[in-house]
Design a protein around this ligand. Structure first.
Ligand SMILES: [Zn+2]
Length: 83
């Protein structure tokens, strides 16, 4: 279920400006300890600030659906666990 971890990382980065900036500035460091596959990691590492402008753009850039990201946004782990 590592797709879940990817969605959590994306949903949190969209909610939390500090983590988003950290992820964009230093993605390898921000992803330490996250259970992402190599493909998921390179996907996240390749994201740009513009990909976070709207949920639609993030979905388009990652292949994760808008509803998967928005449903996860209410999960306590997504809200509280910083990158
Ligand atoms: Zn955060």
């Amino acid at each position: 279920m590592s797709q879940r971890e990817l969605i959590f990382v994306l949903a949190h980065a969209q909610l939390c400006t500090a983590c988003r900036e950290r992820l964009l500035a230093s993605p390898q460091d921000a992803l330490v300890g996250r259970w992402l596959t190599a493909d998921e990691k390179s996907l996240v590492v390749g994201l740009k600030d513009t990909d976070f402008y709207t949920p639609e753009r993030l979905a388009e850039a990652t292949g994760v659906s808008v509803s998967q990201i928005s449903e996860s946004s209410n999960h306590p782990v997504v809200r509280l666990r910083h990158l």
